[in-house]
Design a protein around this ligand. Structure first.
Ligand code: FAD
Length: 385
């Protein structure tokens, strides 16, 4: 076990931080509040090879792993400008296609995802199937050489920016009972596929959508991997999603903590800077420890994932996402407390950041579902739901 990152990993961290410093949280909130996107940052990061760093070199990627992709997102978020679609496009969709796609599917999608020229969104959540994926009702029916999809999806991020959405459905043969998911790439211009924005109350440049799939007809090649055994394939993408959600939350919290520490060193209310009071210094030290612990678990999950140990990576990725969400909510909240009234100004933007990191407790998998998983699989307790 080695806790020192390699020279390449350190160089990657530094290069991403350098790029991110040119954009920052001001850029992120300006774009979000004006309805804009993070296109310039996405394109520049892509040009430098950051977006596809985890994807195979043969298909235009960087040939590194989830550890490196998490470095990229953590450092972008630490400057206040995390790219949510990195959680989805290269981490979930790129990984699933790289691991389970046919050569033709890899040739078609991976170079575009790796170069960042194309974004793939991911749709699993449905109005009546959020935490409980076994209730998915999006159904794919085989019709000769084609598949016909019908269903609804909700809260799907970045569909307006995406060329396609990786849709999790189930085949007509597996319409009920335990989930046997089937994964389909649906180009967003396919007839019968429509989407409308959901009015959200969070300040985030990536928008969330309600999707309608009405007799969406797709070629046989739209199915990724095996129609019957896709649960493993799905988790091959969901574990990276949890690692990347952790990276985004940890990075954002680093940003908030830096702001709080800087302020606590400068701001003098009585005779000394407020950071000299233990009432303020101790909670900041405490969240620093919690953040480092969450990061360690994220790095363990990424290391296990890159080593090919999907089962152990799954447990660690769930624990990392739990720890990162809890630590980030407490960190941003403590940063707000440290800044007093300033924290509520648009200049610092920490109130908006609190809502964003708070989302990590709910998505991509809720705190309660992780506790259910750990109780059942890690502790061997009876299934409670
Ligand atoms: C900003 C944002 C972006 C998103 N982007 C995407 C995306 O790109 N693609 C996508 O597919 N989805 C996306 N989602 C959806 C997200 O993954 C879901 O919101 C999440 O999985 C929870 O599902 P739900 O909202 O239906 O909550 P529900 O399933 O309705 O749960 C509501 C509450 O009940 C709790 N609960 C449920 N069952 C139990 C139980 N057995 N024990 C204890 N508590 C329980 C849950 O933990 C939760 O707190 C996004 C959501 C948000 C907010």
């Amino acid at each position: 076990m080695n806790f020192t990152e390699t020279d390449e990993q350190q160089a990657l961290r530094a290069a991403v931080a350098d790029l991110a410093s040119k954009y920052g949280y001001g850029y992120f909130t300006r774009q979000a509040r004006s309805g804009g996107r993070l296109t310039e940052l996405w394109q520049e990061a892509a040009k430098l090879g950051f977006i596809g760093v985890n994807l195979p070199e043969d298909y235009g990627g960087g040939g590194a792993g989830m550890y490196e992709l998490a470095i990229v997102l953590e450092e972008l978020a630490a400057a206040g400008c995390g790219l949510l679609m990195m959680v989805v496009s290269p981490a979930i969709c790129g990984t699933i296609i790289a691991r389970f796609g046919t050569d033709e599917q890899k040739q078609h999608w991976l170079p575009k995802i790796a170069s960042g020229s194309s974004i793939m969104a991911f749709g699993i959540t449905e109005p009546d199937a959020g935490s409980n994926s076994h209730k998915l009702t999006t159904v794919a029916t085989r019709d000769g050489d084609t598949w016909v999809l019908n269903g609804r999806k909700i809260y799907i991020s970045g569909v307006d920016e995406a060329e396609a959405v990786l849709i999790v459905g189930r085949t007509a043969d597996a319409k009920t009972g335990k989930l046997r998911p089937a994964l389909f790439v649906v180009p967003t211009d396919t007839p019968g596929f429509t989407f409308e924005p959901i009015e959200m109350d969070i300040v985030m440049p990536e928008k969330q959508y309600l999707l309608f799939l009405d007799d969406v007809t797709l070629p046989a090649t739209a199915l990724i991997g095996d129609e019957g055994a896709a649960l493993m394939q799905l988790f091959a993408g969901l574990n990276p999603e949890r690692i990347m959600a952790s990276a985004m939350a940890i990075g954002s919290s680093r940003y908030a903590l830096d702001k709080a520490v800087g302020y606590a060193k400068e701001r003098t209310v009585w005779d000394v800077p407020i950071g000299a009071h233990q009432g303020l210094a101790h909670p900041l030290a405490q969240v620093k420890i919690e953040l480092e612990l969450a990061k360690l678990m994220m790095q363990k999950a990424a290391t296990l994932y890159d080593a090919g140990d999907d089962m152990a990576a799954g447990e660690a990725a769930n624990m990392a996402k739990y720890a990162a969400a809890e630590a980030s909510v407490r960190t941003v909240d403590q940063a707000i407390q440290s800044l007093g009234g300033s924290s509520m100004t648009a200049e610092f933007g920490l109130a908006a950041m609190l809502a964003n990191v708070r989302t990590t407790r709910i998505a991509p998998v809720s705190r309660e579902m992780i506790l259910n998983f750990v109780a059942q699989y890690s502790l061997g307790l009876p299934k409670s739901y």
